[in-house]
Design a protein around this ligand. Structure first.
Ligand code: FRU
Length: 497
């Protein structure tokens, strides 16, 4: 069915009603992708946290299910993860019907009010019906609070290299790494990051996993580490580290240390609206992809955005890859290939020479509330290259490249609704240009109230939300010098679900 709500996206998950933040417990099993999420069903602002639940065959079309976990006398159900315990190491099921095991943080809100600092602990639950219903473990918590105020967001992974379960936890200003053989008894192995990357606020929602470096036989370990505030354009964002793991300790090498010295931090996404993203567990080896999804909002204004009976959505799911450019490791990300199945029409355009502001596509050809456009920008000089998504109400989202001052940007200052928060459109969001190029590939996914821009095959990514008065109607490129050329323009209409 067409989605008539002005602000509800078409191809991103949103709860039917209520509040959502972080994606939680994502795993794949028997043909279904599961998404749980920080959920408060009774209001469209944050409250006593549940794990909402949704399932999908392709990570794009979601079916909302009954919540997976409800708060109880031990606390709210904060963020966490889930794994398929294939060999029944936990003993909660059997090999024929392996248990799904989730770990989450109990946030004891009543205790927090007393001024105590040990109100967050880690607990587990298991499901014997493929994630549809859950039983909380009787001896929770499995990791007690060691007197650390911010102590949360356990992310478990099967570490096939060292034959163990591992779990990373945000513990104040560092990431703690734990190991286990049965998902119940956990041993603290090490801490990472106290003096590395961006700090200034507690870390949240880590994820830690091995990745093959593209085009080589090398394996490196990647730590995703969200932080709020401290993001490159204010508020929430996710930084990452690339290094080695010996089964207990994670360490970064000289080249990554150099990168941190140069950039402060490396970011999964430079836009303001991609937070707390983590990867799916149990994606089959035969698939081999690292699949990632974030929360498409920012704690600066998440509870004020002008959506109605619901708030919060996910980003488009993305495939992460690890590349090595001249000895420097980088995470790149692009929308998952499943999005291509939603292409209902493709328009290709000849090279366009841009010596005046030119409409590339408008609503007479494509429904501007859901499309995916790809093009190559050629003959770039030290100049500005700007694109505009706009409507007749004069609402406009600008994005593009300022080659002179060396940044990519998104500007939503003129996209209409913004007074709900001072932080929403205070500045233009920027991502640094760190290499020399005079040609670049660009991919943009638009879904009514969001723009996700992928430069250079996902080497720089920017995700932002916006709230126009009416749907956008045209997509244009702004006048530049006459050498500037747009090539291989492919406009894909994404179909109505
Ligand atoms: C991140 C976060 C987590 C916490 C959850 C609470 O957005 O603050 O650290 O578990 O949200 O909803």
């Amino acid at each position: 069915a067409t989605n008539e709500e002005l602000y509800r996206p078409n191809l991103h998950f949103t709860p039917k009603s209520g509040w959502m933040n972080d994606p939680n417990g994502m795993f794949f099993y028997k043909g279904l992708y599961h998404l749980y999420f920080q959920y408060y069903p009774n209001d469209n602002v944050w409250g006593p946290m549940h794990w909402g639940h949704a399932t999908s065959k392709d990570m794009i079309t979601w079916k909302e299910e009954k919540p997976g976990l409800y708060p109880d006398e031990k606390g709210y159900i904060f963020s966490g993860s889930a794994v398929v315990d294939v060999n029944n190491t936990s003993g909660f099921g059997n090999k024929e019907n392996p248990p799904i095991v989730a770990m989450f943080t109990y946030h004891d809100a009543a205790k927090a009010k007393t001024g105590a600092i040990d109100f967050q602990s880690q607990a587990i639950a298991y499901s014997l019906d493929k994630g549809m219903t859950w039983t909380k473990y009787k001896n929770n918590p499995v990791i007690k609070n060691p007197n650390i105020k911010d102590f949360r967001d356990p992310k478990m992974t099967w570490d096939a290299i060292h034959n163990q379960w591992i779990m990373v936890l945000a513990a104040d200003v560092e990431t703690q790494i734990y190991r286990s053989s049965n998902l119940i008894d956990w041993e603290l192995a090490s801490g990472f990051g106290k003096n590395l990357g961006v700090h200034g606020a507690p870390w949240e929602c880590p994820d830690f996993f091995p990745m093959k470096v593209e085009g080589s036989t090398e394996t490196k370990w990647v730590l995703l580490q969200s932080i709020n505030p401290g993001g490159p354009n204010g508020g929430s964002a996710t930084q990452y580290f690339v290094g080695d793991f010996d089964g207990k300790t994670f360490s970064i090498g000289d080249s990554f240390l150099q990168d941190l010295n140069q950039f402060g931090a490396l970011w999964v996404d430079h836009g303001k609206d991609n937070y707390a993203g983590v990867t799916w567990a149990n994606v089959p080896n035969s698939d081999g992809r690292k699949l990632f999804m974030g929360w498409m909002s920012n704690w600066q204004y998440a509870d004020k955005v002008p959506t109605e009976n619901w708030r919060g959505s996910t980003t488009i799911p993305r495939e992460l890859k690890l590349i090595n450019t001249d000895g420097h490791y980088r995470i790149v990300s692009l929308p998952v290939k499943e999005l291509d199945k939603y292409i209902s029409k493709t328009i290709k355009k000849e090279p366009l020479t841009i010596d005046k502001t030119t409409v590339i596509v408008d609503k007479s050809k494509v429904d501007m509330a859901r499309f995916d456009i790809r093009f190559t920008m050629n003959n770039l000089k030290d100049d500005n290259y700007d694109f505009i998504l706009s409507n007749k109400e004069n609402n406009a989202v600008y994005f593009g490249i300022n080659k002179k001052e060396k940044f990519f940007y998104i500007n939503r200052k003129n996209a209409s609704q913004k007074t709900f928060s001072n932080e929403f459109a205070k500045t233009i969001s920027k991502a640094p240009i760190t290499s020399n190029f005079n040609s670049i590939e660009v991919r943009v996914v638009i879904d009514k109230t969001s723009i996700e821009v992928f430069y250079d095959n996902g080497k720089t990514v920017m995700t932002e939300i916006f709230f126009p008065d009416k749907p956008m109607e045209s997509f244009s490129v702004v006048k530049a010098d006459s050498d500037f050329e747009l090539k291989n323009i492919t406009i894909n209409q994404l179909k109505i679900k």
